[in-house]
Design a protein around this ligand. Sequence first.
Ligand SMILES: Cc1cc2nc3c(=O)[nH]c(=O)nc-3n(C[C@H](O)[C@H](O)[C@H](O)COP(=O)(O)OP(=O)(O)OC[C@H]3O[C@@H](n4cnc5c(N)ncnc54)[C@H](O)[C@@H]3O)c2cc1C
Length: 491
Amino acid sequence: MRTAIIGGGIAGLAAAYELEQARRAGQQVEYTLFEWRDRLGGSLSSEVVDGTVLERGPDSFLTEKPAAAELCRELGLGAELTPSNDADRKTYIVVRNRLVPLPDGLMFLIPTKLIPTALTRLFSWSTKIRMGLELLHPPRPTGLPDESVAALVERHFGRETVDRLADPLLSGIFGGDSAQLSARTVLPRLVEMESEYGSLTRGMLAAHRKMRERAKASAQKAKNGKFRSIFTAMRGGMQQMVDALTARLDPASVRLSTPVSGLEKTAAGWKVDAGGATEIYDAVIMASPAWAAGTLLGPVDAVLGEELSGIPYSSSITVNLIYDEDQIGDLPDGFGFLIPVVEGRAMLACTFVHRKFLGRTPTGKAVMRAFLGGMKNEALMGAPDEALVATVRRELTEILGEEIFPRETAPEHTQVSRWPRAMAQYAVGHQERIERIAARVAALPGLKLAGNAYDGIGIPDCIRLGSKAAKELIAASGLASQRAGKLTSRS
Ligand SMILES: Cc1cc2nc3c(=O)[nH]c(=O)nc-3n(C[C@H](O)[C@H](O)[C@H](O)COP(=O)(O)OP(=O)(O)OC[C@H]3O[C@@H](n4cnc5c(N)ncnc54)[C@H](O)[C@@H]3O)c2cc1C
């Protein structure tokens, strides 16, 4: 079986790795990995500057989703897995230029503790009263169409909770807009709770008991040295994962700076145009963003092409600034802060990197990582690097104060990275769209889709989907050769 993998981000790399393992195990598998850029990894890219790890794209993955850590261990990177420093975990929301800590007891956007919620400066009294009355919210009838995260949260807790909580938390994950994101896809547990309990607070409190039991179990695990942090990073940066995967691939099977420009389904197989040549493959794994997949698959199946192109994407920018800690004042405790869009700033979030992951920044250095862009601020993508750095520095001074972040203190090093249309947005109706896409793909034998547009935006989900696509093709080709073998032995 000859497979073309289109796109060398983490999803395409995971697919290529799976096929390479099968090839080495003696299966009749060949593959070509086509990547548009001159490097593999897609959004995963890191740089080490004088001993400081700077992440251009993702800085970590969720520990509870096992695919990424499992792959790292398989690649011999187990010792490089670095837990987030959860002992110092504290996140702030910026409210009128002041840092307000997220109240204790907040679970999936839902306040579950009375006193911290009553005392927090994050919400006005009218919102707090509404939060109390939410306990009486009736269940939503089942069978109603999907709605946006903003609509769900506003119905229960009011507009202020959307602006100060849902929007900043989700723009930190998706670079997205809660008025567009699908409640059913992004917050499926809350949708289920609403139909069962009506009140999300009551639903969450009921789930809390179970969570406490699990927490007890993890406390026991912690005692046994098996504590799981919320996030896991790589000691030397995400690039380690890309490099280890690349090293396992057959170099002859990897084509960099080779965008696939055309795709056709013929009786002989899939015709792939790339780099001025046309080759025939038995199978294709589309691991490019959905908008690129839509363009390529449009001529094969116009409806499928439209469905894929209809998945919205947001763009984002990361700005890393390295400082000497002596040059700045004492930063507040914690990992950093999120900035609601209603604050009218360019920055969406800022991580104190040296606090979030220990051992990746030399002693005496501080790394501020700002996240900009998102659905509501695409225009920033065109701003020059110096302007972006100046904006981040100005906003840091305005938010943290002149004493902590003196205006004139220049960073020792700056790094700006732009990620155009890199983050898929799971818009209202996403699941139905995915079901329609799956039905069209099923009618095109040999075609698989993988990547962040479908069933999970994070690194572990992209790895899972890339591996799954390859495994399914390997299994199908095994079955096909068994069938061919039986036919030959019968004839
Ligand atoms: C700034 C940022 C921060 C993030 N932070 C986190 C985080 O902390 N944790 C987390 O889990 N996730 C995070 N994510 C999300 C996660 O990194 C991505 O969802 C994931 O890496 C996407 O992988 P992918 O392989 O689907 O796509 P991509 O990485 O986008 O790779 C797709 C590849 O396809 C190539 N391509 C496109 N068209 C063609 C063509 N015609 N021919 C050949 N190649 C083509 C592109 O050049 C690209 O390399 C972040 C993303 C960004 C941008």
